[in-house]
Each structure stands twice: as C-alpha cells, then as structure tokens.
Write a protein that binds this ligand. Structure first.
Ligand code: UDX
Length: 437
C-alpha cells in the first residue's frame, strides 16, 4: 500500500520506518525542512538507524514538507504529531493535531482515510470527524522509548477506533503482517480508542506511584520497599512489572498524559482526583532525594561536590524531558552544590537544557573528588561500577541509590555510607530484625 505519515518526531519517524519494513511505500511529511533533510540522510531519533537507512536507500521510504504531495501519494494518512502540555493549563495542546488534520483534509481526495495516532483528550476524534469531510480513524500507539521499533512491529495489541467497515478493512490491510503474527486486534468506537491510550498510561503511572507511596510508608516504619514489591508482585493479579520504586517516572508521556487526563475528566464532570495524587507522590520522590542529599551532607549542600549518575529520564534513551535525575541535579545546584552529571547517551541534550551543571565524559571522571553520589537513572553501566574502584575516586564515600538496583551489602562492605529510597539504612535494617549475613 502507499501510506503517508504526518509528523516525523519520535513516533512518526518510527512509524514511517516500520510501515516500510512491513512492505508499504511510505512518504513521511513534516513542516520542518531540517527534520526532513536529516531523516532523508538517515539520521534518526530512535535506536535502530539501520531500519531507516535500509528503506530510504531502497526508495521505499521518502520524506517531504508538502501536504499536497502527501495527499496525492496515497489513501491512508497517519497523523503522528505531538500533543505537549499547554503552557496555561494542565490540558493537552492540540494545535499541531488540529493543523495537521486541517492541512491533510484540505488536499485529501474523497477516499482518503486520516488516521490519528497522537495521544489526545477523549472527544478529539469525534470533533475532527464533525469538522472535516474526510473519513477519520483513531489508532493509538503504545510505544516505549528505546523499544519503539519492537513495540511497533510486535505490539501487545492493535486498537482500531473506526466508524466504518471500510476504515477497519483498510487498517487491517496496513497491519496485515502484524495481525498474521497473532497480535490481538481490538476494534472500538472513537472515544474508547482514545481512552485506551490515556487509561493505559494512567494505570502505569498509578502503579509506579502506588509503590512509591509504599516507599514513603517503608521510610516511616523501617520496612524495605524492594522486598515488599517482590512479595506483592508474586501475586499474578498484581504482577512485578512497573513496581520498581525509586525517584519516580518522568519523560515526555506519563507526566503530561496524567495531567491532561485529569484536566479532561474535570471538563467532563468526572473526578479523577486520584491522578493528581499520583502526580504529587511522584514529585515528592524527587524532594526526598534532595532531602537525603542535604541530610548526608550535614544539613546543607552548599559547596558540596555532588555527582549525579544519570540524566535521561530512563535508560536506553537520550530523552531528558521531565527527567527526575536532572530535576534533582538542578535543584541541588540552585542550593549551592557543585554538581557534575554523567549519562551514557543524554549528555548533549542535558548540556543544552541545563548549561550551568557540570558534565563529565565518564562515570569515573564524574566520581572524582565527590562528597556525595546520587544514582538516578538505572543504566546497566552504573550497576557495573565497582564500589571499591568508586571508593578510590571519591572524596567521601556516600551514595544515594535513587533507583533501588544497587547491591547495598556490596557498597557497605566497600566502606560506603549507603542510602536508598524506601529502604532502611543498613544499621537501621539490623535493628529492624533483618538477618545478618
Ligand atoms: C510510556 C509507556 O510505557 C508507553 O506505553 C507510552 O506509549 C509512552 O509512555 P516511556 O515514557 O517510553 O513509555 O517509558 P516507560 O518505560 O514507560 O517509563 C516511564 C517512566 O517510569 C521512566 O521514568 C521510568 O524510569 C519510570 N518507571 C518505570 C519507574 O519508575 N518504575 C517502574 O517500575 C517502571
């Protein structure tokens, strides 16, 4: 089939390359000529550059800035533009979605199907369908950064929000190889399809904040949240995934999506107040790291040399949007600490956004002379750091594990003062009856 993909950010570029991989001819459209030129030259915003290069080289995937060209190219048009948080409220900013639909609708022929993939407030698809003559469908994406290609080619499910058999048949034809591989397909009306995405993200955020609220209770009682999470996760109904406690969630999706959902619910007269608490619990984890840093530095961080391991909002990504690690780093810098950050992938992005922080090219360099180390993004590289080697580099061996993945016993044995969120400090643990090894 001949498909177009409008908006070539992370979602759109991935979708375009994956559609070419499924055997379609694809034209990617973006209003930003620099983005188009970069993509055409094979520079990609996701981890599998070979996929894009393969299809741009074969000519199966091209990019343009012209909506007119896109309308003439094919029948099915995927709209993948961003829906950031509005500046003046918690709601989603729909200006890019509205303008992409309006531009395509202007040029599209009578048979065109405009398929929204962006995460939007429930009711958006219906409103667009009422506004434009072209047929509309909604097909939300669920891709995780770092696994975008995998999640697009082998998704957990496909959700087809359609208003006609023709639209469903066209989308089933687009995804034929994915469906043939056994992917479940859920067909729904527009509002349900839109809600699947927002509800899924709200659930994931709630699960993380639930375990982080339990971490607060653990901190107040001397219990250990990592053992608690393991134990409740053995119950299949609860499950272990998204139950890792720590400095909380960040990124370009979960924080803004739960705010937009709560805001939309208010407009609809439905209370999703619990999502505001989910957000508040999440932000309190950042406060807790700042508080622990102060405590470990004797009450104030002024003049302390603090190493922050991690800048990306999660490993396998160079994305620093709403990164808990950088948020904590910037706050400590404001309090007068001398902060040095290292991240395996996100250094350039971090430096641009936070030019006043110090940056080191390696974890070893970052650790040099530190009075305190904060482990805030769980890159596998950081887990492999030897506590003995690290100890020989720092000024004072004090560490906060903000992701709960370092082996406390090993660090303590190497002479570190070790603190983790939701877990008792090692001496405290003994007092609470933990078995001594
Ligand atoms: C998320 C959703 O998973 C995806 O389906 C949706 O399409 C977009 O938003 P993403 O933002 O890429 O994807 O990251 P994800 O892997 O979900 O992690 C989100 C945040 O939660 C990260 O900051 C991560 O560190 C944090 N997290 C995740 C936890 O703190 N604990 C966990 O147990 C899991």
């Amino acid at each position: 089939m001949r498909l177009t993909v409008i908006g070539t950010g992370y979602l759109g570029a991935t979708h375009a390359a994956c559609m070419a991989e499924l055997g379609h001819e694809v034209l990617g459209v973006d209003v930003d000529p620099d983005k188009v030129a970069a993509l055409q030259a094979g520079r990609v915003p996701f981890h599998e550059p070979a996929l894009l290069a393969k299809h741009t080289a074969s000519g199966r995937l091209r990019f343009t800035t012209s909506y007119e060209e896109a309308a003439a190219f094919g029948e099915v048009h995927f709209i993948c533009v961003g829906t950031p948080q509005r500046k003046d409220s918690e709601g989603a900013d729909l200006r890019y979605v509205d303008s992409a639909f309006a531009s395509m609708a202007r040029y599209a022929g009578p048979d065109a199907l405009l398929v929204g993939k962006s995460t939007v407030p429930v009711g958006t698809a219906g409103r667009l369908a009422d506004t434009h003559a072209a047929e509309i469908a909604w097909n939300p994406e669920f891709l995780r950064e770092g696994f975008a290609v995998e999640d697009t080619l082998r998704p957990d499910r496909l959700v087809l929000g359609v208003g006609s058999e023709r639209a469903e048949a066209l989308l089933r034809a687009v995804y034929a190889p994915v469906i043939a591989a056994g992917t479940p397909v859920v067909t729904a009306d527009f509002p349900t399809a839109e809600l699947v995405k927002t509800a899924a993200n709200a659930f994931l955020a709630t699960k993380i904040s639930f375990i982080n609220a339990m971490a607060e209770v653990c901190e107040a009682t001397g219990a250990d949240v990592s053992v608690l999470a393991e134990a409740i996760g053995h119950d299949d109904r609860i499950g272990k995934k998204f139950l890792r406690s720590g400095v909380g969630f960040g990124g370009g999706c979960l924080p803004k999506d739960i705010r937009a959902f709560a805001h939309r619910a208010d407009e609809l007269g439905v209370s999703l107040a619990f999502l505001r608490e989910v957000d508040a619990i999440n932000m309190r984890r950042r406060d807790r790291v700042v508080e622990l840093a102060r405590e470990l530095c004797g009450g104030a961080v002024l003049g302390a040399r603090i190493t922050v391991l991690g800048a990306a909002f999660k490993p396998d990504s160079d994305d620093i949007r709403d990164s808990p690690a950088l948020n904590v780093a910037a706050r400590l810098r404001l309090d007068g600490a001398d902060v040095t950050v290292h991240d395996p992938e996100a250094m350039d992005n971090a430096r641009k956004a936070f030019p006043l922080l110090g940056y080191a090219v390696s974890a070893e360099e970052a650790l040099g002379g530190a009075d305190l180390v904060l482990h805030l993004t769980e890159w596998p590289q950081f887990r492999e750091i030897s506590p003995d080697t690290a100890r020989s580099l720092v000024s004072r061996p004090r560490i906060v594990d903000g992701r709960g993945v370092l082996d406390a016993a090993e660090w303590v044995a190497a002479g570190w003062e070790f603190r983790a969120l939701g877990r008792p400090a090692p001496g405290e643990a003994d007092r609470m009856g933990r078995l001594k090894r």
